[in-house]
Design a protein around this ligand. Sequence first.
Ligand code: SF4
Length: 311
Amino acid sequence: MLYQDYGTWLRAELGSRIQKISIDAGLTCPNRDGRVGWGGCSFCNNRAFSPEYCREGETVTEQLELGKRFFARKYRDMRYLAYFQAYTGTYGDVERCISLYEEALSVEGVVGVVIGTRPDCMPDELLDYLERLNRRTFLVVEYGVESANDATLKRINRGHTYADSVEAVNRTAVRGIRVGAHVILGLPGEERTDLLRQAAQIGHLPLTTLKLHQLQVIRNTPLERQWRTHPWPMPTVEEYIDLVIDYMTAFAQSRREALPALPPCVCERFVSSSPASLRLAPQWGLKAHEFSAFLQKRLEARTLMKNNLKL
Ligand code: SF4
């Protein structure tokens, strides 16, 4: 098995249908306020990944209640994870961060917390609290790894190294906390062979979940300026699907070799689709579930081809 399906895994862990609700808790980002850097990562426009119901200025409870109303129409037995997605979910005063997570957990129907953050933003004091929190609720700490290549990380103005990611993932996982990684495929300067090498490196990390997505050029970002000045070719959907399959194959193989006791990683998603009004490229026009269906079809076709060649 290359990977576990995210929805199936969540249901097995939590025993009901689960929906993540994104929250903008008003936390900022050290790569924007000067502590680490200015201007942010070259690809980042937080509006591109914040849903409509997620509005800074409204409390965590208000945002969760809005999100619940939005999703409750789908299934009556739905339970929720509070997803601290916007900016850096562990940045700022530790006591304030803790009170935000606790507020989220006090909302009816919320059965856990997912915290998105940078690898250089996890103080020991907060990790101590998260270790305790993990014993009483469902918790995932998701680190933006983005790339395993320091030259790329510098080029996109990320403000941390791959060694920072390795350290943060290990420090968190050793405490028994589920750790996720977010990786972007197709960052400027990264070719297919670089990415397959990267997959093998990241496969060595004790991750529970992995989130991949294609590079998107979003309006009002430094990447937009680079794209407009020197546009580079974007992969077609078919090329990207083959890349994802090869990436996951290299990742899974490396994980089996390095961490044989761990089950296959849970893959949360392979593609991202920011609002069309903000997205300049690529223009695939596919929703995540359509992409997953294409990926599954291609995976089956490739397995069939491989088996035929063996005959
Ligand atoms: S991607 Fe995260 S770390 Fe980078 S600028 Fe955006 S919020 Fe900050």
